[in-house]
Write a protein that binds this ligand. Structure first.
Ligand SMILES: [Fe+2]
Ligand SMILES: [Fe+2]
Length: 184
């Protein structure tokens, strides 16, 4: 599995959790009680996996490799994808702040949570679609076999490798649990 296969596999996992989160918030909109423990589990996955693990791979492995290939750091597509990562970070940060706040929530706050979850789901789906369909295939076709092999190796090596492997496994389990707890 090369770097791009790994990133696409992350996307598949993230999309599964987004589907689950959409079903979860759909029930809240239909009148179910807002389960904050469950919302917090989604927030943990979004922060730990999407915001940290996955985006870090793109920001610290993919983008520098693209820059070495000649892509300008301040130009498209790196700057565009980076700006979207910043937007994702802000949305997820707002959710993280909300889930640890005192309750009960006002009806306004509850409506904001519902709106925020929909915003996160829509934004991430579109971001992932663009990366899968446009960014990754273009960049992959420009990498030599050796470049791809070298950056793929960096996924599971380095100082924090052991810790990353353990956390990655835990987050994948959490994603599976969320998807099955909020299945169709
Ligand atoms: Fe991304
Ligand atoms: Fe991505």
């Amino acid at each position: 599995m090369d770097l791009f296969d790994n990133l696409i596999d992350d996307h598949r996992l993230i999309l599964g959790v987004l589907d689950a989160m959409e079903r979860f918030i759909g029930k809240v909109e239909a009148g179910a009680e807002l389960d904050l423990v469950e919302l917090n589990r989604f927030a943990v996955f979004l922060r730990e996996f999407v915001d940290l693990v996955h985006q870090e791979k793109e920001e610290t492995l993919l983008f520098p490799a693209m820059a070495r290939l000649g892509y300008a750091k301040g130009g498209a597509p790196i700057a565009h994808v980076h700006a979207e990562h910043e937007r994702e970070h802000k949305l997820i940060f707002e959710l993280r702040q909300i889930v640890v706040r005192d309750r009960p929530f006002s009806s306004t706050k509850r409506a904001r949570i519902v709106g925020l979850v929909h915003e996160i789901v829509a934004f991430l789906r579109e971001h992932i679609r663009k990366e899968n369909e446009l960014l990754y295939p273009t960049v992959k076709s420009e990498f030599s076999g050796q470049t791809l092999e070298d950056i793929t190796k960096k996924l599971w090596t380095g100082e924090q490798a052991e810790r990353r492997i353990v956390e990655d496994a835990w987050l994948r389990t959490l994603a599976t649990e969320l998807a099955s707890a909020h299945g169709k």
